[in-house]
Design a binder for this molecule. Sequence first.
Ligand code: ADP
Ligand code: ASP
Ligand code: MG
Length: 299
Amino acid sequence: MAEIVVQKYGGTSVGDLERIRKVAARVARTVAEGRKVAVTVSAMGRTTDALVSIAREVGARPDRRELDMLLATGEQQSVALLALTLHTLGVKARSFTGPQAGFLTDSRSGDARILEVDPKALLEAFETADVAVVAGFQGADEGGMITTLGRGGSDTTAVAVAAALGARECEIYTDTDGVYTTDPHLVPTATKLARLDYDEMLELASLGAKVLHPRSVWYARRYGVRIHVRSSFSYSPGTLVTKLEEARVKTDKPVTGVALDRNHARIDLTGLPDEPGVAARIFGALGEAGVNADTIIQG
Ligand code: ADP
Ligand code: ASP
Ligand code: MG
């Protein structure tokens, strides 16, 4: 079979029909080069935010299972629209929801982890079609319950598709032309990084540089998938995220980049007894509830 290229287009890149046409043209170009394309897309523009808002209008704390059912529809719209647009260009394309594409997750609604990706349906599709369009950010648990992978999770879908199909590289198309030393929309003097290694990227992503979903970097490192972050508005090369040996000549530069996270809560616990086992009880309970504590200061 022809080589399979894995691409992902984020919300801004599929923000309206005009942009979806541009994405379709780019995918069609890759097909014209004789390759098959597994393309992951996010929900259009701010659709996911709008869906969260409408659920909160119904009730302040929506049930997480039902919220996932609702949020997953955002990506379902974009896969169908991209497939339909590809058809108008004469490209044979088929769309898939996450579960249809073989994404089995755990049952943690709103923050599900991928347990396994069965590539069978995608491989079968490639026997007759040239493009498989996969809905990002979603899967289903063993009982068939629809789950989502956490905000920004379409990046992880794309890397997982690449790993499952045995592709060496995953192209992540977004609204910047690569990974910068810090958010280029906030700091215009930020500079683009040509390459960085998984650990550097994981640290930046975990600290809030939302250009890549942290779990996508973790997944890429685990399965040895190179990530190429690039612009959906140009054809210039972007940033390669690879293993250290490939990343660059190691310099003594102590800082690679700076990240900003506006979504943090600080919780102070006071009056705790100063005895062994207290910290373990607190962090054990947080861990069981799936809550990440980023910075811990004990005084
Ligand atoms: P997409 O919808 O394509 O997934 P996101 O909005 O999730 O795009 O991520 C891209 C955004 O990440 C950029 O628009 C930029 O503002 C932000 N960003 C934060 N830190 C960085 C960084 N170090 N390099 C590039 N972009 C960054
Ligand atoms: N649509 C989801 C979100 O807005 C997933 C993604 O864009 O990666 O978080
Ligand atoms: Mg994103």
